[in-house]
Design a protein around this ligand. Sequence first.
Ligand SMILES: [Zn+2]
Length: 335
Amino acid sequence: MSTWLEHLAEPAADNRQDPAQQHDGGQPATPSTASAHGGPVVAREHGVDVIACRRCGFRHVTPLPDPATIDQLYTEDFYGSLHANYIASQRANLAWWRLEFGAKYDLFEELLPAGRCSLLDVGSGPGWFLQYGSERGWRTVGVEPGRPAAQHTRQVLGQDVINDFFTPAAVARREPVDVVHLHNVLEHVPDPAALLDTARGALAPGGLVSVTVPNDFNALQEALVRLRGHARWWVSPREHLNYFDRPDLEALLRRHGFEPCAHLASFPLEMFALMGEDYLAEPALGKVIHSRRMAMEQALHAAGEGALLGKVYRALGELGLGRTLTVLARRGNGR
Ligand SMILES: [Zn+2]
């Protein structure tokens, strides 16, 4: 398999000559570069630069990969060579995953009028989020380019799925939905703004987009970089083209016709490293800390305090903390 990472490792002569690409202390782009991707380099990994792009308003790799390599990555490689055990490992922790799903559907039901319960899950993976919603009375459909995952969704779970990329054409014949769910999608795509426009087009007026992304360059991560000298471990340019924190994600949503209205974090795993279990220095600790986090969440649910846990994670999300961040935003009536 040829990867675009190899291509990205080549110095991009054109970009290097672009004054907007250089460390320039955040000077405004000149008119000639205002429409080009450019900004200070904030990380470099595997020979790939991540810039704080002035045009896009968030951090992303440069140069961006070409469309053909992205097609190959998500139709064939993602559930093949990259994550062969993904479906099995998610199945093994399904009881815990269903608590995560429930926290989101709780929010959707709080924010939407009764009876508005149709959902489109973009990058729906093996389909368990769809299945959970169906059991809860939602009308759900997935969009998933990966063939093994789409087959699992349809044949094993009996859920509705479109085996394709999320484009206006792919959903053109579908009724508008009340929620478009984008879980760990925006960081993978070369044009997240276009994806949000597609989501907007798939939503009924007043509907919600639910965007979950890794919460990157967050304060706890940067604290660990300062304290321990770790490289910025969350920068993973082959799979993650884009890096969002709460302000950048919300600004992007607003520019594309959405008004942020609720937040939900996942456990700030960086806390474990700050408490002394530094899974960044000792990767074997990764499974240990994840198990502890799952145990804590399952214990609180077992004790009848699932709602309290939800409040804690909503508050962390408001602070911009958490290993992942979910922002729910309502589709306005304009545009
Ligand atoms: Zn850009």
